[in-house]
Design a protein around this ligand. Structure first.
Ligand SMILES: Cc1cc2nc3c(=O)[nH]c(=O)nc-3n(C[C@H](O)[C@H](O)[C@H](O)COP(=O)(O)OP(=O)(O)OC[C@H]3O[C@@H](n4cnc5c(N)ncnc54)[C@H](O)[C@@H]3O)c2cc1C
Length: 457
């Protein structure tokens, strides 16, 4: 019986679900899967994106770990495609590859001052508070007043993490450098800006509701944003999610602190709608000093148009949470405009001809862009895997499909890879670090320390 040797690049949910799907799928051949991950720890954005105060979502890791623990997938951590392994290497050792490398670069905000000192991509901040090994350990939190641009769940995460008091994050897995950074934060006001109205936000109700439950944080809303047009009224009447969101916002408007006066909390979270970013105003040293925006109004069809009225709010930091982008992969077609690998249902396509590149597949956020929840990567993986199975005739013909050969190659190149046992060691180490403090775990951040613990060195 033929045996498919498959490489999967990226051990986030998409890569792990793809491996699981293929192993469980009906097929006429055996499979042997190697999962390569750039980081010494698996789980992608579930470990390094989902906010630490969302333990229920972080708990998806348990299901992903169960897949890996079955033992029928080999994992090679601390191995980067493009540096440690190339497409030619994969062709020599595998019949096909699935790229599941995600999309973690922040989309740019094309306005003057976007590169000011104090202007940050939300993704970088998320990586910092989630203890990603490849970002600096320190994060400047000197700003008293902060702008967060965006009306999606990442904007909510970032705003919540900025506004929340650090004591309330203590039960989570945040590492000591993140705790100390947040404890020193001078923030008093977080201003969230969205271009459209309350009935057009991309927040999900559960995540929005959380903002209003933060201790010692007042929600501030502005009456002028709630003079709904017909399209908004229609959306609220016909779409359950929009209806719930409106209900949450209206309940906050009833609070005595809702207009910014009368509140007693030491921090405030302001929601500004109908605000189109125009500029980050800077001082002579290039530091952010204000967020400048144009007031918009509904265009009657769920969109907005500018009113010409320019306003500004003094802030010392700006976080843009307006979307994510995939990174190009050496030798693989890439759609720069959308930040994804061009594909048809996961079959990677040549850009010029739209023909399938034999043996090359994509799944997850690098396949369909940074939209959707972790659960969506499961159905997505099924679609890609179906094509891998059906395309048997066009798989590569590797010279060295033996399982041992890839280990030899990595060893010859001096790559210090980590494996499943190594992940177990690191996992146990992090859990043990948390125990004396009655915390579920405390993350290890430096990459060399993660590798050393994993490899038992
Ligand atoms: C800030 C934030 C918060 C979120 N919160 C939630 C939430 O609460 N609930 C929810 O359902 N969804 C949430 N999501 C969405 C969820 O994280 C994604 O749907 C999901 O992680 C996408 O999975 P993926 O496997 O495609 O990508 P990723 O999770 O990004 O995994 C990709 C993996 O590939 C690896 N990789 C990248 N390049 C290479 C390379 N060259 N070589 C080897 N490995 C590589 C990466 O290190 C990473 O481990 C959130 C997303 C973000 C950004």
């Amino acid at each position: 019986m033929t045996k498919l040797r498959l490489a999967i690049i990226g051990a986030g949910p998409a890569g792990i679900y793809a491996a699981d799907n293929l192993l469980k799928a009906e097929r006429k051949f055996d499979v042997s899967i190697d999962l390569f991950e750039r980081l010494p720890a698996p789980y992608g954005l579930v470990r390094y994106g989902v906010a630490p105060d969302h333990p229920r979502i972080k708990g998806i890791i348990t299901a992903l770990r169960d897949v890996l623990d079955r033992g029928d997938i080999r994992i090679f951590g601390n191995v980067e495609f493009g540096t440690d392994l190339t497409l030619d290497d994969l062709r020599e050792h595998y019949h096909a590859v699935i790229f599941a490398t995600g999309a973690v670069r922040d989309s740019p905000l094309p306005i003057p001052g976007a590169d000011a000192i104090g202007s940050f991509g939300a993704g970088d901040f998320v990586s910092w508070y989630d203890g990603h090994p490849d970002v600096p350990r320190e994060w400047p939190l000197e700003a008293a007043s902060v702008a967060v641009v965006g009306n999606g769940n990442v904007a909510l995460d970032v705003s919540r993490m900025l506004a929340k008091h650090v004591e309330d994050l203590l039960p989570t897995e945040i590492p000591p450098n993140v705790h100390d950074g947040l404890a020193a934060s001078k923030v008093t006001d977080v201003h969230v800006f969205g271009r459209r109205g309350p009935a057009q936000v991309k927040f999900t109700p559960l995540e929005l509701r959380e903002l209003g439950e933060l201790r010692d944080v007042d929600m501030v809303l502005y009456d002028e944003d709630f003079d709904y047009d017909e399209a908004s009224k229609e959306a609220i009447a016909t779409n359950k999610q929009v209806m719930v969101i409106d209900r949450i916002l209206q309940s906050w408007r009833q609070r005595p602190s809702a207009n910014g006066a009368g509140g007693e909390a030491s921090r405030r979270l302001h929601l500004h709608f109908y605000a189109k970013p125009l500029q980050v105003r800077t001082d002579a040293e290039g530091r952010a000093i204000a967020f400048v925006y144009e007031r918009t109004r509904p265009d009657g069809q769920g969109g907005v148009v500018g009113t010409g009225e320019v306003r500004e709010v003094p802030v010392q930091a700006v976080y843009r949470a307006i979307g994510y982008f995939g990174s190009p992969l050496p030798g693989i077609p890439f759609d720069k405009r959308h930040g994804v690998v061009p594909n048809r249902e996961g079959q990677v396509l040549r850009k010029e001809s739209n023909e399938h590149v034999p043996g090359v597949y994509a799944t997850g956020w690098v396949k369909r862009g940074p939209v959707g929840l972790i659960g969506h990567t499961k159905s997505d993986a099924m679609e890609t895997v179906r094509h891998v199975i059906n395309d048997q005739a066009s798989w590569w013909n590797p010279a060295h499909p033996e399982e041992e050969s890839i280990r030899q190659l990595l060893a010859e190149r001096g790559v210090a890879w980590t494996d499943l046992d190594g992940w177990h060691r690191l996992d146990a180490h992090e859990i043990a670090l948390g125990e004396p403090h009655e915390r579920a775990r405390i993350k290890v951040v430096p990459r060399d320390e993660m590798v050393r613990i994993s490899r038992g060195e």
